[in-house]
Design a protein around this ligand. Structure first.
Ligand SMILES: [Zn+2]
Length: 100
């Protein structure tokens, strides 16, 4: 057997046979411990295996409210209420306090 989980052994307890499964083929780590395909939590629950990765691309996720708060507002920067570099401060002041 080759693969990323080489060396794992299924630790599922087969109660009827009073022994651990100890299979090494296709064993992957789970929260309950390493499991062979026959003894994954989904297989024991009689369900299909979950897909390996999410089907949603990262760009489909909604933007974090934190990123919204970081959008710099020229008015806030020019008033000094929002911290910024001196260059950004002067540029914001020039944008807000336009002289005719
Ligand atoms: Zn097993």
């Amino acid at each position: 057997m080759t693969g990323p989980y080489l060396g794992l052994v299924c630790r599922h307890w087969i109660g009827a046979e009073h022994r651990h499964c100890r299979a090494t083929e296709g064993v992957r780590p789970f929260l309950v411990g390493p499991c062979c395909p026959l003894h994954t939590p989904a297989a024991l629950a009689g369900k299909d295996e979950a897909p390996a990765t999410s089907s949603l691309p990262a760009t489909a996720l909604p933007a974090s409210p934190l990123s919204d708060s970081r959008v710099a507002d020229a008015r806030a920067i020019s008033s000094g209420k929002r911290r910024s570099s001196p260059t950004a401060y002067r540029a914001a002041q020039a944008a807000v306090h336009k002289t005719t």
